[in-house]
Ligand binder design. Structure first.
Ligand code: PGA
Length: 251
């Protein structure tokens, strides 16, 4: 049985006061949910307070990025071991905003994935196509390339301790969700590609869907065979919405 997982991606939102309200509400709302796993990936400065507030709860925490380097003269960067110091379980790798705004290539993403794995963090590896790529019939090719570079560098065996998130770029923050069937097709494609390399790892791989998931569409997405949970942006900033999404998976 694959584990089920909902992860909130706060992006560059929040402040100490808002975070406290959000976390207090989530801790209360999610406390009874035992059948799935939950996490929030927050901006670096707030990791310390997550460690304090979430340690004794059923909500894990993590970061949204890390450096591919272990340590050294890399001004402004944050290493995997630094994330470990703050008890992170997860780190998002290769989010489309990192790829498109900050120039992260498939190679850099693969190096970051390896850095996370070497430090014992669970990478949440994001893949997904743009609208132009989908319309040109290139979605599968793009996703295959994004995954292949990581598999080549890290090895297929590392996927027993990682999570993949399919996030169609055209659905992120746009309010346009992939239909459950569209998402399922891509999830099945990802799992099949993995199965050709290692059947057991593919069967156990947790594949999240991300892109305008809300309380109102979560259940139908999570009902699909190969969708094991969600990576939630905007809706993770509203406690009641995020809690409803978590409940939709917990059922
Ligand atoms: P969204 O973002 O839920 O706001 O579309 C998802 C993501 O970028 O991870």
């Amino acid at each position: 049985m694959r584990k089920k997982l909902v992860v909130g991606n706060w992006k560059m939102h929040g402040n100490l006061n808002e975070n406290k309200q959000l976390i207090d509400a989530l801790v209360t709302d999610l406390t009874e949910l035992k059948d799935a796993q939950f996490a929030v990936c927050v901006p670096f400065p707030y990791l310390y307070s997550m460690q304090g507030s979430l340690r004794e709860t059923n909500i894990s925490w993590g970061a949204q990025n890390l450096s591919q380097f272990d340590k050294g003269a890399y001004t402004g960067e944050v290493s995997a071991n630094m994330l470990n110091d703050f008890g992170c379980k997860y780190v998002i790798i290769g989010h489309s905003e990192r790829r498109s705004i900050f120039g992260e290539t498939n190679q850099i993403v693969a190096e970051k994935y390896v850095a996370a794995q070497n430090a014992g963090l669970i990478p949440i590896l994001c893949v997904g196509e743009t609208l132009e790529q989908r319309e040109a019939g290139l979605a599968e090719k793009i996703i295959d390339e994004q995954l292949s570079v990581v598999i080549e560098l890290a090895g297929i065996d590392t996927f027993d301790k990682s999570v993949v998130a399919y996030e169609p770029v055209w659905a992120i923050g746009t309010g346009k969700t992939a239909s459950p069937q569209q998402a399922q097709e891509v999830h099945a494609f990802i799992r099949k590609g993995m199965a050709e390399k290692n059947h057991k790892i593919a069967g156990e791989l947790v594949i999240l869907y991300g892109g305008s998931v809300k309380a109102s569409n979560a259940s139908e997405l999570f009902a699909m065979t190969d969708i094991d949970g969600g990576l939630i942006g905007g809706a993770s900033l509203v406690a009641s919405e995020f809690a409803s999404i978590c409940r939709a998976l917990n059922n």
